[in-house]
Design a protein around this ligand. Structure first.
Ligand code: HDE
Length: 715
């Protein structure tokens, strides 16, 4: 919990200080050690006392009935209590983000693990072992705030690090490249992907004419659409995805020397995605799948972690590299510039209030501490303009920096004054500088040494609306991405393009995309054309000849970076009255030992009576706990239970889906009728494991592979 006190600074300027108090990792506030802030344990006025009051503090005598003239008479205008209550309610919403509206946040701690003082003067990278408070917001891009979590979409991965030299916002995505090269195209891109303005749909999806129409005329987008059509765009959880700063930034050291840098977040949990068919079903079964997953993991103490890694390179590399490092539609393969781990982020605390924190958090690419600076990437330059602007429109006042989630945790001293919702109370006569006052009235001064100094880059150029020829190759890295995938992943990319284009009603849009895909990889274009039942057009005219010699990079595949165990995953166990208590217990122990979670699914949520006579309360009822919510499943019904389940369509779907989604299925011999009813009995394969008390540990170990990919029909 941030304890914030606002007081007159010793020097006469406003000083806002906030300190972090200890809180047990992962616990919601009420379970953490009490800390006393200026307004009591919980924030501000709302929970200060036992007596209900108005916002102005007037104690109230009745919160159930408005003030009336007589028992059945009209409500009186003088009812200030009702008027104030409804007035506030009427204004509870603020504009949602124009992009990345649906998001979910958590608090964390960043630990520095490397001394980078030779290349950056940023204090956050000076001392290994030092920790910095952090706030992270994950998001989808296209959907509204109330849309579902498993849209096929890019995920935002925005990190605020409250450093001792001011907030550093690394506002990234889970995909290392972007759709466009120049910020001026962003409104067009977003208009194209969002719902059509006339009909107000389709929402939260790119599978429609306007998006692909835009892409078809914007070949620089093609590389990113390869990533977007890959399973990266349907992550299993926020915990199992990578993050990227995307742009090339600069590190600047104490001597003013600059080194280029790209930032990467690497999940220690490994990478994992769902299948498209699963995503579609999860959105119905649990639209909050990702936010629930993060909340559950953190509150259970299974704290997600990411390593922060950097790719650093100099001007010479930048000059010699095949592509322009200022072009955000390109990445630098790890094989060329290896990743160096410099810190670790641990998400250790869920939010106390979704609105106050996740909704009001305001990121800005321009928030950088001394030692971190910008490159001339035209997309980054445009972003630096955009984010302040959007905060004003969303939060309504330039004083949004005073909100607890946005307030720096280091001293703040300036002469900015007034504005709507000013919560600081600056003291004294002087609100400007230079001034000739002395002592406390004088206020702060810029510090030529400690202060932020922009990298002294020489600039020279003709003013003009131009695009460098070094940005012209739009296909080569798209091909490199495609050839770096496993056959299963390539097949998913083909299916995703086919699905998305099949939703385009204009055949010419599909055709133009096929023309681009021909420049990426002939196999890809052929497969998508076949899937659509359309002839292949002529290849699109490429500004520069696409290259076919870029070496595949394993780092671009998800499956090559999977987890090594079942840790952090979830097993769904179907139980009925009479379920073998010993097998269930053995499974539970194996799951706990693996650092995973076990949920039981029963005919009724009130529970079942196990074989040993004990009662088990269920986590889900069968109709509410489809197998898409689990990473692997186990079927432990009794003989009678299996017979009953065999007649339930939701139970049959549970098994059939688990099999179709290549999940590992543990089953006891008594489950046979259920397997048969689900149409799986004749297809038992190595991914289906017979369960006994003694095979539970082995089964959970097997589940560490997450899916039995052999079941996937190979392209
Ligand atoms: Fe953003 N972007 N963006 N963006 N972006 C916003 O800021 C914008 C871009 C990203 O969880 C907005 O506060 C422009 C790239 C994330 O609160 C807005 C351009 C990348 C988030 C905005 C880009 C991102 C945003 C909307 C083209 C990946 C969510 C609300 C030049 C590196 C942050 C807001 C959160 C949010 C503008 C391109 C990531 C309108 C003009 C590239 C993760 O300011």
């Amino acid at each position: 919990m941030a304890k914030k006190s606002t007081k007159q600074g010793a020097e006469g300027a406003t000083k806002t200080q906030a300190a972090t108090a200890d809180g047990a990792a992962g616990q919601p506030r009420e379970q953490r050690t009490a800390v006393t802030g200026s307004g009591g344990e919980l924030h501000q006025s709302v929970d200060d006392g036992d007596v209900l009051t108005t916002a102005h503090g007037t104690p109230l005598s009745d919160n159930q009935n408005s003030l009336r003239a007589g028992q059945r008479g009209p409500t009186l205008l003088e009812d200030f209590a009702m008027r104030e209550k409804i007035f506030h309610f009427d204004h509870e919403r603020i504009p949602e983000r124009v992009v990345h509206a649906r998001g979910y946040g958590a608090h964390g701690t960043f630990e520095t693990t490397a001394d980078l003082s030779d290349i950056t003067r940023a204090a956050i990278f000076a001392t290994p072992g030092a920790t910095t408070e952090a706030f992270v917001r994950f998001s989808t891009v296209a959907g509204a705030k109330g849309s579902f979590d498993l849209a096929r979409d890019v995920r935002g991965f925005a990190v605020k690090l409250y450093t001792t030299e001011g907030n550093w916002d690394l506002v990234g995505n889970n995909i290392p490249v972007f759709f466009i090269q120049d910020a001026i195209k962003f409104p067009d891109l977003v208009h194209a992907v969002k719902e059509d303005p006339d009909r107000g749909f389709p929402q939260a999806q790119s599978a429609h004419d306007t998006f692909w129409d835009f892409v078809s005329f914007t070949p620089e987008s093609i590389h990113m659409t390869l990533w977007q059509m890959s399973d990266r765009a349907i992550p299993r959880s926020f915990r199992f995805m990578e993050g990227f700063g995307v742009h090339t930034f600069r590190f600047v050291n104490a001597d003013g020397k600059s080194t280029f840098v790209k930032f990467h977040w690497r999940p220690l949990q490994g990478l994992q995605s769902v299948l498209w068919n699963e995503a579609v079903k999860i959105n119905g079964a649990d639209p909050d799948f990702h936010r629930r997953d993060l909340w559950d993991a953190i509150t259970a103490g299974d704290l997600p972690q990411w390593d922060l890694a950097v790719q650093v390179f100099d001007e010479t590399f930048a000059d010699e590299f095949d592509f322009d490092v200022l072009d955000a539609t390109k990445l630098i393969p790890e094989e060329l510039v290896p990743l160096r781990v410099v810190g670790r982020l641990t998400l250790d605390r869920v939010v106390d209030n979704d609105f106050a924190e996740t909704e009001q958090v305001a990121f800005h690419t321009g928030n950088v501490p001394p030692g971190i600076d910008f490159s001339d990437d035209p997309l980054l330059q445009g972003r630096n303009f955009s984010y302040l602007d959007t905060q004003l429109s969303r939060l309504g006042t330039p004083n949004f920096t005073q909100l607890p989630v946005n307030a720096p945790r280091c001293p703040v001293a300036h002469f900015q004054r007034d504005g709507q919702m000013q919560t600081n109370v600056p003291m004294g006569q002087v609100n400007y500088e230079p001034n000739g006052f002395a002592g406390p009235q004088r206020g702060p001064r810029a510090d030529a040494q400690a202060g932020f100094r922009s990298y002294a880059q020489s600039l020279d150029g003709e003013k003009g609306r131009v695009r460098s020829a070094t940005f012209a190759d739009h296909y080569s890295q798209a091909r490199q991405f495609y050839v770096s995938q496993t056959p299963v992943e390539q097949d998913h990319i083909v299916k995703a393009y086919t699905f998305e284009l099949s939703k385009c009603e204009l055949p010419e849009v599909r055709s133009r995309i096929l023309a681009h895909l021909l420049n990426v990889h002939e196999d890809l274009a052929n497969a998508v054309a076949a899937g659509l039942g359309m002839p292949l057009p002529e290849p699109a005219i490429a500004a520069v000849e696409p290259r076919t010699d870029l070496a595949p990079s394993d780092a671009l595949s998800i499956l090559k970076k999977g987890p090594k165990s079942f840790a952090g995953r979830k097993l769904g166990v179907m139980v009925t009255d009479g379920t073998d208590a010993a097998v269930l217990q053995a499974l539970r122990e194996a799951v706990t030992q693996a650092g995973a979670v076990l949920e039981t699914i029963a005919p009724v949520v009130g529970g079942v009576v196990l074989s040993d006579g004990s009662t088990l309360l269920a986590d889900q009822m069968i109709d509410g706990g489809p197998s898409v919510l689990y990473d692997a499943v186990a079927l432990l019904p009794s003989t009678a239970g299996a017979k009953w389940l065999a007649g339930r369509s939701t139970a049959k779907d549970f098994v059939a889906d688990a099999f179709a989604h290549h999940k590992f299925i543990g089953y006891t011999t008594k489950a046979q009728p259920l397997l048969a009813a689900a149409g799986v009995a004749d297809s038992i394969d190595a991914g289906c494991v017979k369960l006994t008390k003694s095979s539970a540990v082995k089964f959970i170990k097997t589940c560490g592979a997450l899916r039995h990919w052999d079941r996937e029909v190979q392209p």
